[in-house]
Design a protein around this ligand. Structure first.
Ligand SMILES: *Cc1c(COP(=O)(O)O)cnc(C)c1O
Length: 406
């Protein structure tokens, strides 16, 4: 993964190593840097372990930067999108409409119009009310729209409560009590709705495979029942949700590679006999550890209670720690093993007490003007960044095969 010291300089990369200090030295604001080769290696690890009929749709909300979208598009992936803006961005990046899956619990009329008129590969339906809206739109546009039902299998993936989505207390998907209503709507609108699959997505940052297996088994029964009723079911979509080891120093080859291989094998085992395609929608696991956020320590503020490193990075760049108490390793760009260890809270410039990137971190003593890297910031980093307090969005740098690409 991501970050390694070579001759005491922190480098990004797995195959090629990109020293971060020379990049930081010439910039006066925080920036993200990404290793595209590492992202590709994760896509390929899944591909080689999964059955041939697995079609991967990258969840672009994890990181929608154009060079990343292009990389995955060229690798033959589709995308999973959750807004009209993402639909347009995916089409612009070269994904064919047929390779776009539209997920999301609150699709507006305009978004559904865009999806139906663009003839997307699949709209994942989250409620009977949404299905009625899709049917009315398809009728008005004289289309027959490809849809899949998002089931809520009611499994608890034991991740952070804010990132579970397939538990009965979540707003996402539908349980079996919705099926009679869905069947009635399918019959009523049979000229405009084409049920092509069943989909699920149980949460994010899940590092055990048992919840996926349990959810697949529960949901497969629904798939089978629609198949038995004569619907031309083309695919079973297992969603996304694989996690990465944020807490650990990463090794090469990374643990995500082995997790992806085990995930591919689990899919083979659970869905090996499926008639049709298997779809999946990973986001985080492909991109998280291949990205880092780099910034400068502006002030070192020592109080009788705490030592603060006040950096120019904050929750406006990376909101995950504030939003889900997420842990990201934080490392100085230059290692100084001779310095004594001190404990710091690494905070940002934002006028909120939640503007904390790391609490109680033991680091070699740090001085103002030195640079820090926040590890594993490639997913849900820049895409969740904001301009709160009128700050500018950070620059993003992309590296592939030893050099910077745009
Ligand atoms: C967010 C999301 C994903 C991707 O989740 P990761 O945890 O990043 O893999 C996949 N499918 C749907 C429907 C999503 O909302």
């Amino acid at each position: 993964m991501g970050l390694h010291y070579r001759d005491r300089e922190l480098c990004l990369g797995e195959k090629n190593f990109y020293p971060l200090f020379p990049l930081a030295k010439v910039r006066h604001a925080p920036f993200y840097a990404y290793d595209l080769d590492a992202m590709l290696s994760r896509v390929q690890a899944l591909k080689s372990a999964a059955p041939k009929n697995l079609k991967t749709h990258y969840a672009m909300k994890a990181n929608a930067a154009e060079p990343i979208l292009r990389l995955f598009q060229e690798e033959g992936l589709g995308v999973d999108v959750v807004s009209g803006g993402e639909v347009r961005k995916a089409l612009k990046a070269g994904f064919s409409a047929r390779n776009i899956i539209f997920s999301g619990v609150g699709k507006t009329r305009e978004e559904i119009q865009l999806a139906v008129s663009s003839e997307l590969g699949q709209i994942n339906v989250e409620s009977p009310q949404e299905l009625e809206r899709i049917a009315a739109t398809a009728k008005a546009l004289k289309k027959k729209t490809r849809i899949a039902f998002r089931m809520n299998p009611d499994v608890d993936p034991k991740t952070h409560p804010y990132i579970t989505t397939g538990f009965r207390e979540n707003k996402f998907g539908m349980d079996e009590s919705f099926l009679p209503k869905l069947r009635a709507l399918l019959r009523e609108h049979k000229d405009h709705l084409n049920l092509v699959g069943i989909t699920m997505h149980i949460g994010s940052q899940i590092r055990e495979l048992a919840p996926f297996s349990a959810a697949i088994r529960k949901t497969l029964a629904v798939y089978q029942s629609f198949l038995d009723e004569g619907h031309a079911m083309e695919s079973f979509d297992v969603g996304g949700g694989l996690g990465i080891p944020y807490q650990e120093n990463h090794e090469i080859p990374s643990k995500e590679i082995s997790l992806l291989q085990e995930y591919g094998a689990m899919i083979s085992q659970e869905l090996g006999g499926l008639k049709g395609n298997i779809l999946c929608e990973p986001g985080r696991v492909f991109v998280a550890s291949s990205g880092t956020l780099v910034g400068e320590v502006q002030y070192v503020k020592e109080t009788p209670y705490k030592n603060f490193l006040i950096s120019d990075m904050g929750i406006h760049h990376l909101i995950r720690p504030a939003l889900y108490q997420a842990y990201h390793r934080i490392l100085p760009l230059l290692d100084h093993p001779q310095r004594s260890i001190k404990q710091y809270d690494i905070v940002g410039p934002i006028c909120e007490s939640s503007d904390v990137l790391g609490k109680n971190r033991d680091l070699p003593e740090i001085f103002a003007g030195e640079f820090l890297a926040v590890a594993d910031a490639g997913a849900y980093g820049f895409t969740m960044a904001s301009q709160y307090n009128e700050h500018e969005l950070p620059e993003q740098l992309f590296f592939r095969a030893g050099r910077e690409v745009r």
